[in-house]
Design a protein around this ligand. Structure first.
Ligand code: NAD
Length: 242
C-alpha cells in the first residue's frame, strides 16, 4: 500500500489535501495539537472507504519527527511513504521594527526548518526503497512577492521555493519529484480575521480560494501524470500576482 503523509492535516488546506489524496493513497494525518479534528479527518476518509492513520508530531521538533517515523516504519515493515506534503504552517504578523525574536523564530522554525527536518527524514525512508516519491511544499504568494507585515513569513516561504528548486535537482535521478504550491488568499482559519470584502477586490477572480482548489493542484503533483514536473512552483491565487 502506498502512503501519503500530510503535515498539519487536521484542518484547512491540509485537511482538504488529505481527503482528496485518500482517493489515491493511504493517508498519514500529521497534527500537532488538534487531535479531535485530526480524528474527524480520519473518520471522514474511512467513511468513504479509504485508509487513514494519525501521526502526531511538531514539525519544528526533529527528535519528535525521528521518533514518529521510526515508530511508523517499525509498525509497517513492508509499506512505504511515497508522498510527503509539507503543509504545516503558521503566521505571526507584525511590522519588522516591532517584531519579537519569538515571532521571527517560531515562523521560521515551523514553515522552514519544519520542511528540512521532516523532508530529510523521509528522504532516508524513500531513497533506499527505490519506489521514487513526491514531495510537495506549501509556499505562498507571500514568499514570491513579499507582503508587508510578514517579513518572517515571506522569508520562510521564499526559502521553501529555493529549497524546492535545489532539492528537485538532487533527487531527480532517484525518481523523486519536488514541487511547491503557492496559494494566494484561501478561506481557512489562517485568513479568517483578514478583511475579505476589501481584499477580494484586489483578486482578479473576485473571491478567496477554497482549500479544495489548492488540494486539486497537490493531487495533480502527487499523481503519475506529474512524473515529468519537478522544481516547479504552481500558483493558486485567482490571478493575484502583484
Ligand atoms: P491553518 O492554520 O488552517 O492550518 C495550518 C495547519 O498546520 C494546522 O492544522 C496546524 O495545526 C498545523 N500546524 C501548525 N504548526 C504546526 C507544527 N509545528 N507541527 C505540525 N502541524 C502544525 O492554515 P491553512 O491556511 O490551511 O495553511 C496551510 C498551509 O498553506 C500553510 O503552510 C500556510 O502557510 C499555507 N498558505 C495558506 C494560505 C491561506 O490563504 N490560507 C495562503 C498561502 C499559503
Amino acid at each position: 500500500m502506498k502512503y501519503a503523509l500530510i503535515t498539519g492535516a487536521s484542518r484547512g488546506i491540509g485537511r482538504a489535501v488529505a481527503l482528496l489524496l485518500a482517493e489515491q493513497y493511504s493517508i498519514i494525518i500529521n497534527y500537532h495539537s488538534n487531535s479531535e479534528c485530526a480524528q474527524e479527518v480520519k473518520q471522514l476518509i474511512e467513511e468513504k472507504g479509504g485508509h487513514a492513520e494519525l501521526l502526531p508530531f511538531d514539525v519544528a521538533d526533529p527528535k519528535a519527527i525521528e521518533a514518529a517515523i521510526d515508530c511508523w516504519e517499525a509498525a509497517h515493515p513492508d509499506e512505504f511513504i511515497s508522498v510527503l506534503v509539507n503543509n504545516a504552517g503558521i503566521r505571526r504578523d507584525n511590522v519588522m521594527f516591532m517584531m519579537s525574536e519569538d515571532d521571527w523564530h517560531s515562523v521560521l522554525d515551523t514553515n522552514m526548518n519544519g520542511f528540512f527536518y521532516i523532508t530529510r527524514r523521509l528522504l532516508k525512508h524513500m531513497m533506499p526503497r527505490r519506489h521514487g516519491g513526491r514531495i510537495i511544499n506549501m509556499t505562498s504568494l507571500s514568499g514570491l512577492k513579499g507582503m508587508p507585515g510578514q517579513v518572517n513569513y515571506s522569508a520562510a516561504k521564499a526559502a521553501l521555493i529555493g529549497a524546492t528548486k535545489a532539492l528537485a535537482q538532487e533527487v531527480a535521478p532517484r525518481n523523486i519529484t519536488v514541487n511547491a504550491v503557492a496559494p494566494g488568499f484561501i478561506q481557512t482559519d489562517m485568513t479568517k480575521e483578514l478583511p475579505e470584502d476589501e481584499l477580494k477586490k484586489l483578486i482578479p477572480v473576485g473571491r478567496f480560494g477554497k482549500p479544495e482548489e489548492v488540494a486539486a493542484v497537490v493531487a495533480f503533483l502527487a499523481s503519475d501524470a506529474a512524473a515529468y514536473v519537478t522544481g516547479e512552483v504552481i500558483n493558486v491565487n485567482g490571478g493575484l500576482y502583484t
